[in-house]
Design a protein around this ligand. Structure first.
Ligand SMILES: NC(=O)c1ccc[n+]([C@@H]2O[C@H](COP(=O)([O-])OP(=O)(O)OC[C@H]3O[C@@H](n4cnc5c(N)ncnc54)[C@H](O)[C@@H]3O)[C@@H](O)[C@H]2O)c1
Ligand SMILES: O=C[C@H](O)CS(=O)(=O)O
Length: 483
């Protein structure tokens, strides 16, 4: 991997704007497309986590005391540096995570847009003056930063899931300790180098790459100096972190798993339904929390939908994401491949029909053929679990009520999609679907301007939009008496 700006390849842990190495404890970061080792990275543990928290705590008073306009200027410089280094950051991202370069460049832009957005939002954090019911008092509210924030992030969006937390946190005046995913730490470390170059003061952002997730996580959940924990990852880990955080009553944001339906009604524009479902389903080789996991098609339009959808899937090019024209990269690791194969075998054993694909791809051990199965039913495991791979599972339905019941029959509630041209149906269905995010006639719905987050077992808290900065603020009520 040849970077133009070699300072972006950092392999230490980042505390107080200093790169520090653990010579004895290191872990390898490998390229999922080739299996090649990209670098070894310092494996931060309990000691380094304590140092990072201390640095963030020490930096908090000065950083939170800085005028919002000054914080905004530094965030803007960070944003400009990220945009300027898009190609290098995308190559780094593709090398450690696998998504095609064009998708990686899109993630860099998307991730940077959170920094741009919250550089603007932080200057409009207003309190209120509340009309008092008595003459001798004046009521007001102050919005103040919550304090030191811990962030734990997943491997599937190694830039955007990080800036979606760090940007609002530091914009609000908080300081941060981040533990990125062990599969993809390099992108986070590159962002830290650019934050340092942008002039972020010592201790505002601290990053502890680690394979010791449970031990590091326990400290982040229980340390009294940390007032907020923002987690993006699986529902299982989210539940554990919530339990572990109870002893210090941390403010939590949990962005967890999903199980998105895509409902194609008989009045849908089939071309739009195919385009939207494909865009969501096969993004990042199906490894996103908002990927379509179940495609529910009204029986009368199934033949037309399947013909157009199959043609598009058959045209996908699978391979190393650094090669031109590739749409489907590798899965992140062997565990992910095994899970896709297990879910597929279970579905086929329970009556699903293989329409196309279904096997490991010849491009390498972590590549899977773009796959379609039909005749799926609710008793199949993949109806209730994230596939997290390039596999489309198609279900048939007859009535609108049946589709909504099927779509809602999951413990998750993150994203759902449906396709219809009937405006009254659009309102009815959007109101009845039990999800935090609804895409109507569209499969790509994530932007910094919108409130991203789920309900039910997909967690709670909103990232992005004007809601996003509230996650890192407290509202203080001040009563002025004897007036
Ligand atoms: N809702 C969202 O915005 C969103 C976004 C991306 C991914 N996800 C979800 O994340 C999952 C895939 O990501 P993943 O495999 O990295 O999830 P994961 O839960 O295994 O890991 C996520 C992060 O948590 C850390 N972790 C794991 N065990 C831990 C523990 N005991 N204590 C503390 N930290 C721990 C990991 O090291 C990683 O940094 C999927 O379920 C996906 O839906 C959700
Ligand atoms: O994987 C989950 C991400 O949140 C997806 S998105 O980039 O926000 O759409």
């Amino acid at each position: 991997m040849q970077l133009v700006y070699r300072s972006l390849l950092q392999t230490g842990y980042f505390i107080n704007n200093n790169w520090q190495q653990c010579s004895e404890n290191r872990f390898a970061v490998t390229n999922p497309a080739t299996g090649a080792e990209i670098a070894t990275v310092a494996d931060a543990g309990v000691k380094e986590t304590g140092e990072a928290i201390a640095a963030a705590e020490a930096a908090f008073p000065a950083w939170s005391g800085l005028p919002a306009k000054e914080r905004a200027k530094l965030l803007r410089k960070w944003y400009d540096l990220i945009i300027a280094h898009t190609d290098d950051l995308a190559l780094l991202l593709t090398s450690e995570q696998g998504k095609p370069l064009e998708e990686a460049k899109g993630e860099i832009q998307y991730g940077a847009s959170f920094i741009e957005w919250f550089a603007e939002e932080c200057r409009r954090v207003y309190g209120e003056i509340i009309p008092a019911p008595v003459a001798d008092r004046r009521f007001m509210t102050l919005k103040q930063p919550v304090g030191v924030v811990a962030a734990i992030t997943p491997w599937n969006f190694p830039v955007a899931m990080i800036t979606r937390k760090i940007a609002p946190a530091i914009a609000a005046g908080c300081t941060v300790v981040l533990k990125p995913a062990e599969d993809t730490p390099l992108s986070a470390l590159a962002l830290a180098e650019l934050a340092r170059e942008a002039g972020l003061p010592d201790g505002v952002l601290n990053i502890i790459p680690s394979t010791q997730s449970a031990e590091v996580g326990k400290i982040l959940c229980t340390h009294p100096a940390i007032h907020k924990l923002s987690f993006t990852g699986s529902t299982g880990v989210g539940r554990l972190l919530m339990q572990q955080s109870s002893s210090t009553l941390k403010k939590l944001a949990l962005e967890l798993g999903g199980n998105a339906p895509s409902i194609v009604f008989d009045d849908a524009d089939i071309e739009i339904a195919v385009k939207g479902t494909l865009a969501s389903k096969y993004r990042n080789a199906g490894q996103t929390c908002v990927c379509v996991n179940r495609v529910l098609v009204q029986r009368s339009v199934y033949p037309a939908f399947l013909e157009a959808y199959s043609k598009a899937v058959a045209a996908f090019k699978t391979g190393d994401g650094t090669a031109p024209g590739i749409q489907i990269g590798p899965l992140i690791n062997k565990k992910a491949i095994d899970k896709v194969q297990e879910l597929l075998a279970d579905a086929l054993n329970k009556g699903a029909e293989l329409v196309m694909g279904g096997h490991l791809h010849s491009a390498g051990p972590l590549f899977f053929e773009p796959t379609i199965i039909s005749n799926c039913t609710a008793d199949m495991t993949l109806s209730h679990e994230e596939i997290f791979g390039p596999v489309t599972a198609i279900y048939l339905f007859d009535t609108e009520e049946e589709a909504i019941t099927l779509a809602n029959s999951t413990e998750y509630g993150l994203a759902a999609y449906f396709f219809s041209k009937d405006v009254q149906k659009i309102w009815r269905v959007a109101e009845k679907l039990e999800y935090g995010i609804i895409g109507v006639n569209e499969g790509i719905i994530s932007f910094a301007e919108v409130p991203f987050g789920g309900i039910k077992q997909s967690g709670y808290g909103k990232e992005g939009s004007f809601y996003g900065i509230e996650e890192y603020l407290i509202t203080k009520y001040v009563c002025l008496g004897n007036m």
